[in-house]
Design a protein around this ligand. Structure first.
Ligand SMILES: NC(=O)c1ccc[n+]([C@@H]2O[C@H](COP(=O)([O-])OP(=O)(O)OC[C@H]3O[C@@H](n4cnc5c(N)ncnc54)[C@H](O)[C@@H]3O)[C@@H](O)[C@H]2O)c1
Length: 230
C-alpha cells in the first residue's frame, strides 16, 4: 500500500531547521504535505519550545495542524552524573521534556477536534539503555517515551496517534558537540557498524505520520542499525 496523507495535510516540525527535523521536512514536502518548520534558530517560524508564550503565539499564527513532529532537542552535558550541574540537568529537561509536553498540549486538541492527527516525538536509544556520561539526556528521553505512551492511550479513540522514534547515533549537527568517546561507543554497540543518516530516520517518521499507520499508538519505534535489543 502506498504511503498516503489526507488532502490538505499540514505538518509542523519543531527543530525543523536542522538534522532529523530538516530531513523530515524534506520527506513530507516531497510527499505533498504542507510543511511548517519551527525552530529557535531558523526555519519558517520562530518558537522556543521551552517558552509557553512562544508556543501559544506560534499556534495563533499558524492555526491547527494535522501532523506534529517534535524534533527540537539537545544532547545536554557529556559527563558523569556526579559532575552534572543542576542548571545543565534542568536545561536538558526543559528543552527535551517540557518542550515536547508544551507542543503536544498546544496542538493535540486541534487534531482531536478534526478527528485525525499524527504526533511523533523524538526519543533515543539512550532512553532505553541509559548511556554512561549522558544521564540528563537519557533520563529526559525516557520521559519523552513515557509521556508519549500516556498521550497515546489518552487519545486512542480520537483518530490521533502519538508514537515515539528512538534512534541510535545519527550524523547530524547535534553530534558536533557530543563527546567523541560516546559516539565511538555507540558505533561499537551497533551491529551495522555505522551511524544512521537523518534521511533514514525521516523515512520512518514520514510513514508514522501517514494514513498507512492506523493501529499503532503509544509505541516506540527503534531505528538503531540493530543496536536496540528490546
Ligand atoms: N542525532 C542523533 O544522534 C540523535 C539520536 C537520537 C535522537 N535524536 C533526537 O532527534 C532530535 C533531533 O536531533 P538532531 O540530531 O536533528 O539535532 P540538531 O541539533 O541537528 O537539531 C535540533 C534542532 O532543535 C532546535 N532547538 C534546540 N532547542 C530549541 C528550542 N528551545 N526551541 C526550538 N528549537 C530548538 C535547534 O535549533 C536545532 O535546529 C532531538 O530530539 C534529538 O535528541 C538525535
Amino acid at each position: 500500500m502506498p504511503t498516503t496523507y489526507p488532502p490538505d495535510t499540514t505538518a509542523l516540525i519543531t527543530g525543523g531547521a536542522s538534522g532529523i527535523g530538516a530531513a523530515c521536512a524534506a520527506a513530507l514536502d516531497k510527499a505533498g504535505v504542507r510543511v511548517i518548520t519551527a525552530d529557535i534558530a531558523g526555519g519558517d517560524e520562530y518558537v522556543d519550545v521551552t517558552d509557553p508564550t512562544t508556543v501559544t503565539a506560534l499556534h495563533e499564527r499558524i492555526g491547527a495542524v494535522d501532523i506534529l513532529v517534535n524534533s527540537a532537542g539537545v544532547v545536554g552535558p557529556s559527563a558523569p552524573l556526579t559532575d552534572v550541574s543542576l542548571d545543565e540537568w534542568q536545561r536538558t529537561f526543559r528543552i527535551n521534556v517540557d518542550g515536547t509536553f508544551l507542543m503536544c498540549r498546544e496542538f493535540a486538541p486541534g487534531m482531536v477536534a478534526r478527528g485525525w492527527g499524527r504526533i511523533v516525538n523524538l526519543a533515543s536509544i539512550a532512553a532505553k539503555d541509559g548511556n554512561p556520561n549522558q544521564s540528563a539526556y537519557s533520563a529526559s528521553k525516557a520521559a519523552v517515551i513515557a509521556l508519549t505512551k500516556s498521550l497515546g492511550k489518552e487519545l486512542a479513540t480520537t483518530g490521533v496517534l502519538a508514537n515515539v522514534v528512538a534512534p541510535a547515533a545519527v550524523s547530524t549537527p547535534m553530534n558536533a558537540t557530543t563527546d567523541p568517546a560516546i559516539l565511538a561507543r555507540s558505533q561499537q554497540l551497533t551491529p551495522m557498524g555505522r551511524m544512521g543518516r537523518a534521511d533514514e530516520v525521516a523515512e520512518l517518521i514520514a510513514w508514522l505520520c501517514s494514513e498507512s499507520v492506523s493501529f499503532s499508538t503509544g509505541a516506540v519505534y527503534d531505528i538503531s542499525g540493530g543496536r536496540a535489543s528490546y
